[in-house]
Design a binder for this molecule. Sequence first.
Ligand code: NAP
Length: 268
Amino acid sequence: MKHDGKIALVTGGSRGIGKAISRRLAEDGADIILNYKSDSATAEETANELRELGRRVWVFQADMKDDKAIRGLSKSVKDEVGQLDILVHNAAFGTMGSILRMGLFSWRAAMDINVTALLLLSQQLSPLLAERKGHIVGLSSIGANMTFSEYACIGVSKAAMEALVRYLAYELAPIGIHCNGVSAGPVETRALDWFKWPDAVHRYATTKSPWSRIGQPNDLAGVVSFLCSADADWITGQIICADGGISMGENFHDWLTPEQKAELNKGK
Ligand SMILES: NC(=O)c1ccc[n+]([C@@H]2O[C@H](COP(=O)([O-])OP(=O)(O)OC[C@H]3O[C@@H](n4cnc5c(N)ncnc54)[C@H](OP(=O)(O)O)[C@@H]3O)[C@@H](O)[C@H]2O)c1
């Protein structure tokens, strides 16, 4: 398998997209270091599912907002695991709301968790990753490039993370480390509850995607696994968009008159 003998750290790996990524990397042969913030029961449940695949799993609690906790996580990876091939920064935070009324606490927390945590983990773990010609992947959002109502706090932090991915890719290539990002559209996880009207996000996603459905965690997992494989050795500093086609364009259907819609549907 493509990740046999490798060890992957996934931040926020206990549920949602992080869980799907951890599972896919484990199915592809990797042992997994699961990080989570507060829900130890779910983290242990996920860890046990991965162990059933025959993989070794370490579970390390650490809040990606706390630089001391990040240093502790890196130390645990170095001292207790001693090898790292893949670092996936998937944990994220954001407050929904108007940018004009965005509180500084929320703004700084998004920057800390979505951007600074990736910087610190890369600084602290790149010596270990370099020994294995490793891979770094950051989870981003199409809201980094497109504007969505009430999404500024997350969108701006993800745009900063995407820029960080490119700078990391540039600086880490000489020591053999690839760094890329994966950008998602709406995905059916608990994060959708951050929105005031999750049902509207659901309708938006299923309407805008030509595949007429919302993203699922597994839609991202295979892309991450591929980016961390030898098949992706010539890809670095890129943000791969996996959004079911949502961001590729517009259609005029929403602006058709009822008569035009009827004409379009004639014969269907
Ligand atoms: N869902 C979407 O529509 C969507 C769209 C675009 C991009 N993304 C991106 O995809 C990634 C995963 O999102 P998701 O929807 O899977 O989220 P999720 O379902 O809310 O899962 C979040 C995971 O991150 C952990 N976590 C949260 N805050 C953390 C912190 N401060 N430190 C460490 N771990 C933390 C959680 O652990 P606990 O359970 O212990 O708190 C959990 O394992 C994020 O980067 C997100 O921005 C998601």
